[in-house]
Write a protein that binds this ligand. Structure first.
Ligand SMILES: [Zn+2]
Ligand SMILES: [Zn+2]
Length: 242
């Protein structure tokens, strides 16, 4: 079993606290006994390379991720097998970004960090706005990168798939969904029979350091082995390839 928190924002997300540096997140994940932690900034992977380096120092398995806002304003979590995959994905995704300048005074900083938490840049376009990609298109693109695509916080009315669409769609069929408040799982599943037997993850969606989860959630995959091995097992699980 592998303890995890697979939905965490760094100071690159406009809404992420400035203390959400890659080393602070990795250190907090270690304190909380998490074996695996995913960095999932809004519409970007620009801090995942530094995050992976930081996690290696703390013995935490880093999962490079991105929380994409689709054209329908639905949040989808995409998880990659490597930082290289994440960066190649981002280079392609850039064409579909809506490029509105960020207003730091209104939305907050979007800080790009190096492995030592030094701010090496500030991303100029607001990252939290909807991209031009639909749910179907993000799903297809993630599949091409052998990445996992997981609808985020489907129990939330804002930016959750059920909140926006009214129900889980017939297609694409997701191999895993995220529910923030796990006590709502039964109700959601009974209203959406298509979810029957679909694995569920539950994450903090932390924007503040102290919101990162304790080791209370576990994936049914072995926690042993190298980061590379554990990460691949996790992505396989999220892709329904057990
Ligand atoms: Zn979200
Ligand atoms: Zn989020």
């Amino acid at each position: 079993m592998t303890s995890y928190d697979l939905h965490i924002h760094s100071c690159l997300s406009p809404c992420g606290d400035d203390d959400m540096t890659v080393n602070n997140i990795a250190g907090m994940a270690k304190i909380k006994n998490l074996r695996a932690a995913a960095l999932t900034d809004h519409n970007t992977c620009m801090n995942v390379r530094a995050f992976e380096f930081a996690c290696e120092q703390y013995g935490v398995v880093a999962i490079p991720g991105m929380e994409i806002t689709t054209s329908e304003e639905i949040h989808l979590l995409v998880y990659f097998r490597s930082v290289d995959d994440a960066e190649r994905f981002e280079a392609e995704f850039d064409k579909y970004r809506t490029k509105i300048k960020n207003r730091v005074d209104l939305f907050g900083h979007q800080q790009i960090l190096d492995k030592d938490d030094k701010v090496i840049g500030e991303y100029e376009y607001l990252l939290s706005v909807a991209s031009a990609l639909s749910v179907d298109e993000v799903y297809e693109m993630a599949s091409r990168y052998d990445a996992a695509c997981v609808p985020a916080h489907i129990d939330k009315t804002s930016n959750g798939m059920i909140g926006i669409l009214g129900m889980m769609p017939e297609a694409p069929v997701f191999d895993c969904v995220e529910i923030k408040d796990i006590s709502k799982k039964e109700e959601i599943f009974s209203k959406n029979p298509i979810l029957e037997n679909t694995p569920v993850i539950s994450d903090s969606d932390a924007h503040l350091l102290w919101d990162i989860n304790e080791a209370v959630n576990f994936l049914p995959v072995s926690a042993h082995g190298t980061s590379h091995e554990v990460r691949n097992r996790i992505i396989d699980y999220l892709r329904g390839e057990k």
